[in-house]
Design a protein around this ligand. Sequence first.
Ligand code: MN
Length: 193
Amino acid sequence: MSHQLPDLSYDFSALEPHIDEQTMHIHHDKHHAGYVAKLNAVIEKNPTLEGKDLVELMKGVDSLGLSEEDKTAFINNGGGHLNHSHFWEIMGPEKQVDEALQERVKSTFGSVESFKEEFGNVATTRFGSGWAWLVDSVGELKIYSTPNQDSPYLKGDTPLIGLDVWEHAYYLKYQNLRPDYIKAWWNVLKVLE
Ligand code: MN
């Protein structure tokens, strides 16, 4: 069974005005769909990957016996699929606060506000295309960014909150103003107050 593009659990316009409908359509229907198609192509070429859990494959990517070319394609497109599936899930038109996560954030960073400040700085200063992350790293909360579509699972970490800072995520509405996109994004991140 090949990997599938997941449906959104809300309308493409539901995150307006913070994330516009056209960006959501292009982002989901074109970019994410592209990662899924290319991931499926790598798997088809390497049948030993078929039917395996994508997270487990990503964690052990070095031991899959892939050619350099296929390994890169797997990291980029498997990561693209995992990252975007996560991204759609943590956003929504209404807050559905993850109380346990919110408490961990408060006890690690002092307050949600100071977490947002640190995370926002990391997201703003990621050079070029990539993601900002809050992860669970061996039981500890950490903030960092990754380039391209690199998944935190590559480091053995579990993503808790990921923010896409590729230009395709914001350029139609925010042009070069990535900090404005980040500031607006907190309104549609449903898992934290
Ligand atoms: Mn993206």
